[in-house]
Write a protein that binds this ligand. Structure first.
Ligand code: CDP
Ligand code: MG
Length: 666
């Protein structure tokens, strides 16, 4: 066990590990957190302030303690204290933790609400939610009357939902003050952020600093720029491993699940072949879609004589704190969304981190003692990084948020009080996209939702998926579309262990549809239902049963929304043509055609794209496809594809394609 017991998750969730001292009681751990020292001072400031910005190192106790302090001191007792999180897993695990600390059952005093999962009751006074959920709630109640305090946590991440919430909360606060209603207290929290920008936005709100624990960290840069950051990371990991004493753990920042899984395997293979006398290496992946129970493993100390090497996405940058890290290896890369309104496509791309992110990563090495950070880039390269991460709102497709703002009846989305304004081109493109989907219209010069648009906003889904559901009655395949959309609303239902690739391919064969990934997933879901979710079946077929059950639960919720909206629900049974027609009718802006030279180009903007290796169509060459999204690595890859007829696309949106063709010719 580490010297500082406060860093470990509750003992009851840990599997049997090496022998250890009994952990201190939760109350004792709460008192040991840095924020505890500041409790009195903090409360007296927060009591009198309407708005505050609270800064403190990750792990100092902001998220778990501040809501409890407020509650215990009777601040905001007249309503609910909301705490937002950009990540679903964070919201759930924090609510669990805080209800444990309060010795109450989860869902009573302390609860959580995330998309498709609500564990709250009338008794709930401290509520953790994803920022997206609070925004959704605001549609029904723009003044947020249920809440007395809104804590916008991890604000530095600048997710699009947090950014929009900033504006919504600010407006609600002002309105409530004007009407003499219960005041709304707003607290913005983070470990690192551009405090001036936040403070100014909230009319010069005071910034409160929490004293954290930070030890000196020695930073190393590479002498030369690295062309292959994965190779550089691998070399660095084993160099450190050969030189450092075993009890010192390592945290490596990579970009995404596939890369991390592959690297985990490589590291494990190499470590088996190392000469005797070196410490054993325990390699653990960490990324948001990893099942929660596996995420928890990274918090367990490595057995004696072993070194823990954690390969993580930027989730470990601020969202989780891991004890025992002495070395940080920073590739300087992150997978993030990028959007170019000219092409109208949003892509996930691997790109450079900002300086703020690099510093945050470095900080992970100095939580308990002095540490080392290996930056796999040169100092000159670092100097050229952006200072701050560009807010998501300035680099993503805005259609979904525009739909929500319009549902919130914000009179003019173009003049909404954003902290960082999205580019006018992106706003225009979003409105255009909603227009193409039939969701908006102009009434007396004002942009408003059409009845279809209002229905679309009722679904907690991206516009393209709510549109798919709403288009399905026409093709009499709502049952199937509900299944498909639900399957794409959870993390992958497919379990793909890299070490057993051939086996996986062999058993998957029987489910594969030559018509694409949507229909393959549909047949897998049908088979899963047929065996009633049997665990052995899941194991044999490399299906993630938990995510399948989750999809099934989401399906029931989406079906309820359909019933409420009086949408007729029929099944197309074995006819897959109608399902594909329906997908063509909603995903036509994501369509690509095969070219004579064997490449693909998107239909609307003639971008060169390729079929992602994970698609069942990877070795096929269908003439025309629609897809869910693009991933940009070394190429632009289409993911989740469905084979369609080119004619269906033009039928779906003749005006749109006519316009696109005209622009292309000009
Ligand atoms: O928000 P901040 O990063 O300042 O800290 P926090 O999330 O309130 O966590 C304070 C401490 O509680 C962490 O250092 C962890 O040791 C512990 N914690 C935990 O054990 N399990 C959780 N699910 C959350 C926090
Ligand atoms: Mg926190």
């Amino acid at each position: 066990m580490r010297a500082d017991g406060a860093e470990e998750p509750p003992a009851k969730r840990l599997k049997a590990g090496p022998p250890r001292r009994a952990p201190p009681a939760l109350d004792e751990r709460r008192r040991r957190l840095p924020v505890f020292q500041a409790r009195g001072r903090l409360l007296s400031r927060l009591r009198s302030l309407d708005c505050a910005i609270l800064i403190g190192e990750t792990g100092s106790g902001k998220t778990t303690q501040v809501p409890q302090y407020l509650y215990e001191a009777g601040i905001g007792r007249q309503g609910i204290i909301a705490v937002t999180q950009p990540r679903r897993v964070a919201a759930i695990s924090l609510a669990t933790r805080v209800s444990d600390e309060k010795k109450t059952e989860l869902g009573k005093l302390v609860g959580y609400t995330v998309r498709f999962d609500d564990l709250t009751s009338d008794e709930t006074r401290i509520k953790f939610l994803t920022d997206g959920m609070l925004l959704r709630e605001a549609i029904g109640d723009p003044m947020m009357q249920k809440y007395s305090v809104v804590i916008l946590d991890e604000a530095h991440e600048r997710t699009i939902h947090t950014d929009v919430l900033l504006g919504v909360v600010k407006a609600a606060q002002k309105k409530r003050r004007g009407l003499g209603k219960l005041p709304l207290k707003v607290i913005v929290m983070s470990a690192t952020m551009d405090v001036d920008e936040f403070s100014q936005y909230f009319n010069d709100a005071p910034v409160l600093y929490l004293q954290g624990r930070q030890h000196p960290i020695q930073i190393f840069y590479t002498k030369q720029p690295q062309s292959d950051y994965l190779q550089a990371a691998l070399v660095t990991i084993f160099q450190i491993h050969q030189e450092a004493p075993p009890s010192q753990d390592m945290l490596v920042f990579l970009t995404g699940q596939e890369e991390i899984e592959a690297m985990t395997k490589t590291c494990r293979d190499i470590s088996k072949q190392l000469p005797d006398g070196l410490p054993q290496m325990v390699v653990m992946p960490l990324y948001a879609s990893l099942p929660y129970s596996q995420q928890l493993r990274v918090f367990q100390p490595a057995p004696k004589g072993h070194r823990k090497v954690i390969l993580s996405t930027n989730i470990a940058e601020t969202s989780v704190t891991i004890a025992g890290i002495k070395f940080v290896v920073d590739t300087g890369m992150v997978k993030a969304k990028k959007y170019s309104p000219e092409i109208g496509l949003e892509v996930l791309a691997v790109q450079r981190v900002s300086k703020a992110q690099a510093w945050q990563r470095t900080g992970r090495a100095g939580r308990e003692d002095s540490g080392f950070c290996y930056r796999l880039y040169t100092e000159l390269e670092f100097e050229r990084f952006d200072k701050m991460t560009i807010p998501e709102i300035q680099r993503c497709n805005l259609a979904s948020v525009m739909l929500q703002l319009l549902a919130l009846r914000i009179p003019n989305v173009l003049t909404f009080d954003f902290m960082s304004k999205p580019s006018p081109d992106a706003v225009k493109a979003a409105i255009e996209q909603l227009d193409v989907l039939g969701a908006v219209e102009r009434r007396e010069g004002q942009l408003v939702l059409t009845p279809l648009g209002r229905k679309m906003a009722a679904f907690p889904l991206e516009p393209k998926f709510s549109k798919t559901i709403l288009a399905s009655p026409k093709f009499r395949c709502t049952e199937e579309i509900l299944t498909i959309v639900s399957l794409y609303s959870v993390d992958s239902v497919l379990y793909n262990p890299p070490s057993r690739r051939d086996e996986v391919q062999a058993v998957r064969k029987k489910f594969i549809s030559s018509e694409g990934d949507h229909l393959t997933l549909l047949s897998l879901y049908r088979a899963f239902r047929k065996v009633n979710g049997n665990k052995t079946w899941c194991k044999q077929n490399f299906v993630n049963g938990r995510n399948m059950m989750l999809a099934s639960d989401i399906r029931a919720q989406l079906r309820d929304i359909c019933v409420k909206l009086s949408i007729p629900i029929e099944s197309s049974r074995l006819d897959t043509g109608n399902i594909r027609r329906c997908l063509a009718h909603s995903l036509f802006t994501n369509a690509a055609e095969l070219q004579p030279d064997g490449t693909y180009r998107t239909v609307d903007s003639q971008q060169v794209v390729a079929i992602h290796p994970s698609s069942v169509l990877f070795h096929c060459q269908p003439a025309c496809v629609v897809f869910n999204g693009l991933l940009h690595t070394n190429k632009r890859y289409m993911r989740d594809l469905c084979v369609v007829d080119a004619d269906w696309l033009y039928d779906a949106a003749p005006d749109y394609f006519r316009r696109k063709l005209r622009t292309a010719r000009n």
